[in-house]
Design a protein around this ligand. Structure first.
Ligand code: SF4
Length: 354
């Protein structure tokens, strides 16, 4: 269903989704909103990590942190957040997040126009509810969010694209940090991202990441940087121990903003299906992504600059966090397959400077 486009809002609240990767996939739709409302004050409300992702984003004027673990926990916390939002005097709210909670919060904040998909029993809380057809659910997530804004009557750009903002100061600071760790400015960086927050089923094996890192870094004359969250540091240490070469291991040692500047410095990334995979894709970094239990049709990196490496097993996509079979979707992916995917993108070698 397509609803009539109304007068542009002067102040628009955008409720972000909660996962980093999905949040990146909302950026083409966010870009369409910015283009349609160039003079609106667009403010994003997001959980703490996603709020970091959108700091310095060119399409938003501000970010409000919705911290359900601390300041905004429980019913009292939600009322506190509603009162913080009320002070901003938004005249419309666009909900990328599908949960009932997102609509209730906008309602409690007194936002007169509340727009989003009619999901999670929240239709009555929305003033403009877009029905979700079966075919819409099967769309790639980036297109799913674009479908929402076009359903609201917002025109889509001819070539919607993902966008993230990293400042010059941030890239300079990362350049200096890498230089202090032995990677000079201009040297090719091969990023290895072996984690995946969702669960172990999405993780390929450390010894195979190590083989790929050695093969590509030797072939391309690149320095290897291992990355990931603090709980993923043991995985990165396993890779480090299994490699012939000596990587720089920054797993557990970067904030979201530092991870973004590190990814923007990479010439190539080898990764599981994860938030950093989508961040890299949005930053224009070429990559090879290993997919197993998740649906490559709906959550692949939304770029032509990536190769997906996967094997066809009957049980995939299962969306399980932990595999209860033989994990063949991952064991079937060899190091040679990933190296071949990288070579397909770069028969010579990737660009030198990050
Ligand atoms: S059940 Fe199948 S698709 Fe799912 S993790 Fe296990 S092997 Fe992979």
């Amino acid at each position: 269903m397509r609803t009539e486009r109304k007068a542009p809002p002067a102040a628009l609240l955008v409720r972000a989704v909660n996962w980093l990767g999905d949040a990146v996939l909302t950026t083409p739709a966010l870009g369409a909103v910015r283009e349609a409302y160039p003079s609106a004050r667009i403010v994003l409300a997001a959980r703490p990590l996603v709020a970091e992702l959108f700091r310095h984003h060119p399409d938003v004027d501000g970010v409000l942190v919705y911290d359900k673990a601390e300041r905004h926990s429980g019913a009292a916390g939600m009322l506190r957040m509603a009162s913080e939002l009320r002070r901003e005097r938004f005249d419309a709210a666009l909900l990328f997040q599908n949960a009932f909670d997102a609509a209730l919060l906008a309602f409690l904040a007194g936002v007169p126009e509340r727009m989003g998909y009619a999901t999670d029993g929240r239709r009555l809380l929305l003033t403009r509810a877009i029905p979700v057809a079966e075919e819409t659910r099967r769309l790639h997530h980036a297109e799913y969010y674009l479908r929402l804004v076009s359903g609201l009557g917002i025109p889509l750009p001819a070539s919607p694209r993902m966008r993230l903002g990293v400042t010059r100061e941030e890239t300079d600071a990362m350049e200096e940090r890498l230089a202090s760790l032995g990677i000079p400015k201009g040297k090719r960086v091969l990023g290895i991202n072996p984690g995946a927050t969702y669960g172990s089923a999405k993780r390929w094996f450390p010894d195979r990441f190590a083989s790929v890192a050695d093969a590509l870094s030797e072939e391309w004359g690149a320095s290897v940087v291992l990355m990931g969250s603090a709980p993923e540091r043991p995985l990165a240490e396993e890779i480090e121990a299994a490699m012939r070469g000596k990587p720089v291991n920054l797993a557990g040692r970067t904030s979201v903003r530092e991870l973004m500047s590190l990814l923007s410095r990479c010439s190539f990334l080898v990764t599981n299906d994860s938030g950093p995979m989508h961040i890299a894709a949005a930053l224009g970094v070429p990559l090879a992504a290993i997919f197993g239990p998740t649906d490559w049709r709906t959550t692949s990196p939304w770029t032509g600059n990536a190769r997906i490496v996967r094997v066809g097993v009957d049980c995939s996509p299962c969306m399980l966090r932990e595999c209860d079979r033989g994990h063949e979707c991952m064991s079937g992916v060899t190091a040679e397959m990933v190296v071949a995917a990288a070579r397909e993108l770069f028969p010579e070698s990737p660009r030198e400077a990050g």
